[in-house]
Design a protein around this ligand. Structure first.
Ligand code: BCO
Length: 565
């Protein structure tokens, strides 16, 4: 068995722990599996105690700002107090119980953090989702998960009301707003009146904590279920070497709260180390606002998808020498060596890549201070043991292309998803010998560095979003102009890949203006499903390539797009 740590010899774990201030120093090593773990009581409340004992500086735990000049600064003590109140709102006012599910569809508002920690305290399984979702996306999630509760804002509340009769399990609707709405509980008022006394559940490390919806090649998104072990993983020594956060650090994670990257980068990672988490509301993505924010606030670390750094480099010609910025991290899609170099040249700060999925969290990366090999995603981070495997789960020789596999036998590592909920078939499909098969292709070199090559299936990764072609094809099929369609990935200078739809028109639309039709179909997709999935490229074709059994050959279309045919 090849070791994951080729060429990279970390200091003994206890030395690493000692050099990092943090909750429960010297408590667990990478391979310990404590029976019980709860992020709220084991980590957050620890920092509250440190604050009270004067053992942590005055920096807030959460520092939130928006474009209107509003600012929220909460200490760990306030986070403890407010999240205990949130837990009481869930259990006492809403009647939610341990194991119940709450769909969480909020923009970057401070309440998001209270809800997640409140859920962890009460053992309620939280299910984050992007606010770009439309009624159908939400309906699917509520039905398939049998969620007992949903929390959202004014924008999506009418959509939820329109579908609530089709969700018999849903008993609680919570609104985060300054206004009240009939049939909804007002979370902001409830928090004020709730008791700050709450006894955190004693969660087993392997009890379920969260569900992330993740797109596949066929059908609707699957539910990747994670245990409290996901939060424990951020705590383990090797994982902490990735960012090496200190209590004095201010980390800005620019990910939508609907993704696992936000749960890790905007919560578990910074607070495990007692650092300050910085958040800009950022209702629309705007590179200029990001540049200004990095100038204005003492942000020392920044975590964002490669597309964010790429768009800043492409759209901001002026200075990018930020006063406090020391360390940048990126993940969610592949980073080009030229972009990494350009970022270093223009900012003076190195950009480190990490890799993961909704199923895995951060699985490998170039740890802070480690040699960067441009184009590589770094090495596997224990307790994950990443190997490059063939279709049967055999480990392939070095520098040979294969699938990225994470060892799950004899023991599944802490932090890897538990299963696709209610879907044993799909769960079994991704098990490959002793490994979880990520479906991503890569090679590994002599020093254990992993070099990403692409997907082994039809999934599209556009600016960090994982998009299942079937979801877009289903949305297109609802339009009367579309007889059939095939959706594939296509190259793009800004987003690396974009969604492209090949469309066969119905006879009545054959004579329509094609530019107008393209726009109409794009608008249509944006209106029926989360807009990030819309086809940025459209081509009308007389027919689609098919196999003898009538299956559309997406791979043929994709290869043509990338000039491989
Ligand atoms: O580009 P267009 O203007 O034509 O369309 C955009 C939006 O304007 C539009 N839109 C958004 N909300 C809408 C809407 N249209 C109608 N109604 C609404 N409510 O839809 C399109 C959305 O595309 P976008 O989100 O890519 O927009 P944008 O503003 O260009 O954002 C750029 C990025 C880089 C900020 C964004 O693409 C992004 O956040 N990417 C990163 C995603 C990410 O965090 N991935 C990580 C996943 S977790 C993971 O990989 C595991 C790692 C451990």
């Amino acid at each position: 068995i090849r070791k994951s740590y080729h060429g990279f010899h970390p200091a003994p774990w206890y030395l690493c722990c000692r050099s990092l201030s943090g909750a429960g120093t010297l408590r667990w090593n990478d391979y310990d599996r404590p029976k019980e773990f709860n992020f709220a009581s084991d980590v957050l409340d620890y920092w509250t105690q440190m604050e009270q004992e004067g053992k942590r500086g005055p920096n807030p735990a959460l520092w939130w700002v928006n474009n209107q000049g509003d600012e929220v600064k909460w200490s760990f003590r306030e986070m403890t107090d407010l999240s205990r109140r949130a837990a009481n709102v869930f259990t006492q006012t809403c009647g939610l119980q341990q194991g119940d599910r709450l769909a969480l569809v909020l923009p970057r508002v401070p309440e998001w953090w209270l809800v997640v920690i409140g859920c962890i305290r009460a053992g309620i399984i939280f299910m984050p989702g992007t606010t770009q979702m439309k009624a159908k996306d939400i309906l699917y999630r509520l039905q398939v998960s049998k969620a007992q509760g949903i929390m959202t804002t004014d924008t999506l509340a009418p959509e939820v009301d329109s579908l609530v009769s089709e969700c018999p399990a849903l008993k609680t609707k919570l609104l985060v707003s300054d206004h009240s709405r009939h049939g909804w509980l007002d979370f902001r008022s409830l928090i004020k009146s709730a008791s700050p006394d709450h006894t955190c559940i004693k969660s087993k490390t392997l009890d379920p904590m969260a569900i992330f919806f993740t797109s596949g090649t066929t059908g609707f998104p699957k539910m990747a279920k994670h245990s409290h072990g996901l939060a424990l993983r951020s705590f383990l020594p090797s994982c902490r070497k990735c960012l090496q956060l200190k209590t004095s650090d201010v980390l800005w994670s620019i990910s939508d709260p609907g993704w696992i990257l936000a749960v890790l980068g905007c919560l578990f990672e910074p607070w495990t180390s007692g650092s300050t988490l910085f958040i800009h509301h950022l209702p629309q993505f705007d590179p200029k606002v990001i540049q200004e924010t990095l100038f204005k606030y003492p942000i020392t670390q920044c975590l964002a998808a490669p597309a964010v750094y790429r768009m800043i480099l492409q759209q901001i010609p002026t200075s990018l020498r930020f006063p406090a910025l020391e360390h940048c991290i990126t993940g969610g899609e592949a980073l080009l060596p030229e972009e990494q170099e350009e970022w270093r040249r223009r900012t003076g700060v190195l950009l480190y890549e990490v890799y993961g999925q909704s199923e895995t969290g951060i699985s490998c990366g170039t740890l802070r201070g480690m040699k960067i090999k441009p184009g590589s995603m770094g090495i596997s981070i224990p307790p994950f043991d990443i190997q490059i495997i063939d279709e049967k789960g055999n480990i392939l020789p070095l520098n040979t292309e294969g699938n990225i596999g994470i060892r799950i036998k004899p023991t599944k590592p802490i932090g890897l998803f538990m299963c696709y909920e209610d879907n044993p078939v799909k769960t079994a499909e991704v098990e490959c010998g002793d490994f979880y098969n990520t479906g991503d292709r890569a090679t590994m070199d002599e020093e254990g560095y992993i070099w990403f090559l692409g997907r082994n299936d039809d999934i599209i990764n556009s600016s960090g979003y994982r998009i299942g072609p079937a979801e877009v094809e289903n949305a297109l099929a609802e339009h009367p102009a579309v007889a059939e369609s095939a959706v594939v990935s296509s190259p793009d200078p800004i987003r690396k890949e974009v969604v492209k739809a090949f469309i066969v028109l119905t006879p009545e639309f054959l004579s329509h203006d094609q530019d107008q039709l393209t726009q109409e179909l794009q608008q249509h997709v944006k209106s029926v499903t989360a807009p990030y999935k819309y086809p940025r490229k459209v081509e009308f074709v007389p027919e689609l390539p098919k196999t003898i059994t009538g299956k559309i050959k997406r791979s043929e279309l994709r290869k043509k797009e990338f000039g491989q045919l």
